[in-house]
Design a protein around this ligand. Structure first.
Ligand code: AQP
Length: 333
C-alpha cells in the first residue's frame, strides 16, 4: 500500500549519527519503496524556537538540505523544501493551537528537557513547538511519519489534535490521523560521552557525537575517546544491563551493519573494547565518510541547493495551500 510520508529535521547545526540512524536512513528506505510519496522538510520555523544567529541559520538550512541529498534523498523522487517558504505552516499552526489544550502541551517532556530549570524564560514557540509539528504533518495528509524515538510523544499529540479538529468541526477523517514510523531497534542513539544522554546537535561537546560532516580522523578520534566501562564486551544480551555505553556503541555498530544486537554480541563475544572500537570506526568511516565528502561538494554549489529548495517549496505550497484553504473554510473564515 502506498504511504504518504512527511518528516522534518531542524537546521540547528551539524546533523549527526543520531539524526541519520534514527531518522534519515529510514527516510531513504521509505523513498525507495516505489509507491510512496515522500516530503522531507528542513524545519526552519522550528529552529527559531531557540535563539539562532541569522547568518548561521541560513547556512544551516542549506547544509541540512545538502545532508538530505548526500544521505540518498533524491529531490526528483521526493519533495525537499524549507518550512518558512510555505506560509500555510504558520497559518495552520495558529488555527490548530486554538484547538489544542494547554493540558496536552503541559505533558510534553521535550519542552521540559529543552527549557531546563528556567521555564519562564523559554520562548512561547518552544512550548507550542508540537502544534507546529502537527500542522506540518496534517497539511500534507501524511499517513506515516518516520521519526526517532524522542518524537513519539509529539506524534501522539498530533493524532489527538487531528481527532479534536475533526470532532470540533464535525468532519470525519478530514485531517488524517498519521501513524508514527519508529524503528523497533536503535531508534535512540546516545551521546558518546554519556550513555544515558541523547546524542544531540546542541551538546556543547563535539566529542559527544559523530557529525555527518566528520572526516576519517575525526571519526577515529571520537571513537577512541568514546566512554566505555572496564568490563569486556558481553557474551549475551542480558550482560548489557546497566552498561549504557556498551549498549549504545553495540547498537550503533548493529544499525550501521543492518544486523540485530544479538549478531553483534556474538561477533565480539567477550572481546575487549579496543578490538571492537577499531571495527566500529571501520564501519563508521565506510558509511559516513562518503556522506561527509558529498556534503562538502554540495555546499560548494549553493545555487543548486537553493534551486532544490525553491522547486520543492513550490511543490509543497501547491499541496499545503489547498489544505489550508479548506481548513479556513471549515473554521468559518
Ligand atoms: N539521538 C538521536 N537518536 C535517534 N534519533 C534522533 N533524532 C534526533 N536525535 C536523535 C531524530 O532526528 C530527527 C530530526 O531531529 P531534529 O534535528 O529535528 O530535532 P532533535 O530531535 O531536537 O535533534 P537534536 O540533535 O537533539 O537537536 P537539538 O540539539 O538542536 O535539539 C527526528 O526524527 C529525531 O527524532
Amino acid at each position: 500500500m502506498s504511504k504518504k510520508i512527511f518528516s522534518g529535521v531542524q537546521p540547528t547545526g551539524n546533523l549527526h549519527l543520531g539524526n541519520y540512524l534514527g531518522a534519515i536512513k529510514n527516510f531513504v528506505e521509505l523513498q525507495n519503496e516505489k509507491e510512496n510519496q515522500c516530503i522531507f522538510c528542513v524545519v526552519d520555523l522550528h529552529a527559531i524556537t531557540v535563539k539562532q544567529d541569522p547568518k548561521e541559520l541560513k547556512k544551516n538550512i542549506r547544509e541540512t538540505a545538502a545532508t538530505f541529498i548526500a544521505c540518498g534523498i533524491d529531490p526528483v523522487k521526493s519533495i525537499i523544501f524549507n518550512q518558512s517558504m510555505v506560509s500555510a505552516h504558520s497559518e495552520a499552526a495558529w488555527i490548530l493551537s486554538c484547538v489544542s489544550k494547554i493540558g496536552w502541551l503541559n505533558r510534553m517532556t521535550q519542552f521540559k528537557e529543552k527549557a531546563g530549570k528556567d521555564k519562564e524564560k523559554a520562548s512561547i514557540g518552544l512550548y507550542s513547538y508540537p502544534v507546529l509539528m502537527a500542522a506540518d504533518i496534517l497539511l500534507y495528509d501524511a499517513t506515516h511519519v518516520p521519526v526517532g524515538d524522542d518524537q513519539k510523544q509529539h506524534l501522539e499529540l498530533c493524532r489527538d489534535i487531528a481527532q479534536k479538529f475533526n470532532n470540533d468541526f464535525n468532519v470525519m477523517n478530514f485531517l488524517k490521523v498519521p501513524e508514527p514510523l519508529i524503528q523497533k531497534q536503535f531508534s535512540r542513539i546516545m551521546s558518546l560521552k554519556d550513555g544515558i544522554k541523547k546524542m544531540s546537535k546542541s551538546d556543547p561537546s563535539d566529542l559527544s557525537r559523530i557529525n555527518l560532516t566528520d572526516n576519517k580522523e575525526e571519526i577515529l578520534n571520537k571513537i577512541k575517546k568514546a566512554k566505555t566501562d572496564p568490563l569486556p564486551l558481553p557474551r549475551e544480551i542480558k550482560g548489557l544491563a546497566q552498561r549504557a555505553e556498551a549498549e549504545n556503541l553495540l547498537g550503533i555498530y548493529s544499525s550501521l551493519k543492518n544486523q540485530n544486537l544479538e549478531s553483534s554480541i556474538n561477533e565480539f563475544n567477550g572481546k575487549n573494547f579496543s578490538e571492537f572500537k577499531s571495527k566500529l570506526s571501520e564501519i563508521l568511516i565506510e558509511k559516513i565518510e562518503p556522506i561527509s565528502k558529498e556534503i562538502k561538494i554540495l555546499l560548494d554549489n549553493k545555487e543548486y541547493l537553493d534551486t532544490i529548495l525553491l522547486e520543492g517549496s513550490n511543490k509543497a505550497d501547491k499541496i499545503a495551500s489547498k489544505k489550508i484553504k479548506e481548513i479556513k473554510e471549515l473554521v468559518g473564515f
